[in-house]
Ligand binder design. Structure first.
Ligand SMILES: NC(=O)c1ccc[n+]([C@@H]2O[C@H](COP(=O)([O-])OP(=O)(O)OC[C@H]3O[C@@H](n4cnc5c(N)ncnc54)[C@H](OP(=O)(O)O)[C@@H]3O)[C@@H](O)[C@H]2O)c1
Length: 316
């Protein structure tokens, strides 16, 4: 099969999309991005940027014409205003239809471990519905299901470290013995790019080599930044109240109920083999000292004017 001229990566200036973009550019694959930040400058201007245009499907299709693979990272972490998970699913369906009519050959789509159409959690249910739409499309596809994705621009680990640096104790929901299987963002991006180069349709978990309990992960982060951690086990209600207060102070949404429930229900681990290689403890030993020096805000990234992510200078 001859490869068409370029690939489209959604969110090339944001978190995981920028790692996918970097790998593709290193392989001399031209990249265009669909983004909510078309004015951002990164990759020395090598990446053409177009707004998502979900409300103008013809324009959306035109921006996908000539592309070989659509790497879709688009999703919303939580419902805010009119932008709910249902709307995000609808936007993904619009993007898939536009890609089909533009002649895109393949879609690599990012989901979550244990996505489930019957889940009571809108995040996990919406992810399953988006997966169904990908499977129903005429394009060949790969669906990657990550857990927590760690890296320098990640919010979750950074803000855990930020909290550990500033407060005398760290609230852990319940017993803290529910598990996480974090994957390094570079490993996840490599799985995506590899998926873009295959022709078969499949789904796989995107998960690192190690499973930690949540409390173990917090303690690892504390060690890496040299913080003395005093863990306070708190109930759901008190925990949500505390994270809500931090959110209020930082004008952000720190953790959502969906995320806490998903975590506590052990949904962020895989039932299969690890697919990433990088060990979180090794990565923290190398890069962890800078974690949490500043707070990283989801609302700044996606709801306020400005740059899409930390370190968004001329990133290569
Ligand atoms: N990060 C993790 O730890 C993690 C864990 C499990 C699964 N995932 C999944 O991995 C995928 C990529 O995650 P990511 O962390 O790399 O996301 P991201 O970079 O923050 O966002 C990915 C794309 O979605 C857009 N987007 C995000 N929130 C939006 C909002 N509220 N309104 C409008 N557009 C929004 C971004 O727009 P801009 O281009 O304007 O930034 C970007 O194009 C998602 O499907 C996510 O569910 C991530």
């Amino acid at each position: 099969m001859s490869r068409t001229d370029f690939d489209v990566v959604t969110g090339a200036f944001s978190y995981t999309g920028r790692y996918v973009t970097r790998l593709l550019l290193r392989q001399d694959r031209p990249v265009r991005t669909l983004t909510g930040h078309p004015g951002a400058r990164m990759f020395g201007g090598a990446v053409g940027a177009v707004p998502y245009n979900f409300d103008r499907p013809d324009d959306l299709a035109r921006s996908l014409e000539g592309a070989h693979t659509l790497y879709n990272t688009y999703w919303v972490r939580f419902a805010r205003g009119e932008l709910t998970h249902d709307v995000a699913v609808r936007n993904i369906k619009t993007m898939l239809s536009a890609a089909e009519s533009a002649g895109v050959r393949r879609v690599v789509h990012v989901s979550i471990t244990n996505a489930d159409a019957d889940s009571p959690l809108p995040y996990f249910r919406g992810k399953a519905l988006a997966e169904e739409a990908v499977r129903a499309s005429a394009m060949s596809h790969a669906i990657l299901r990550p857990t927590v994705i760690f890296g320098r621009e990640d919010l979750l680990l950074n803000n855990i470290a930020w909290t550990l640096r500033r407060f005398p104790f760290f609230p852990v929901f319940g017993r803290g013995d529910y598990r996480v299987q974090p994957i390094y963002v570079g490993d996840h991006a490599a799985l995506m790019v590899e998926a873009g180069q295959r022709e078969d349709s499949y789904a796989m978990d995107s998960v690192g080599p190690d499973v930690y309990t949540y409390e173990e992960m917090v303690r690892l982060i504390a060690d890496s930044i040299g913080a003395r951690v005093r863990v306070a086990h708190v109930g759901r209600r008190l925990g949500m109240l505390m994270t809500g207060l931090v959110g209020l102070a930082m004008r952000d949404v720190t953790l959502t109920r969906d995320e806490v429930e998903g975590l506590m229900a052990d949904l962020l681990v895989s039932h299969g083999e690890p697919t990433g290689e990088t060990n979180l403890a090794d990565w923290l030993a190398e890069y962890g000292t800078d974690l949490g020096k500043g707070y990283v805000s989801e609302l700044d990234r996606h709801y306020r004017a400005g740059s899409p992510g930390a370190g968004s200078g001329d990133w290569r």
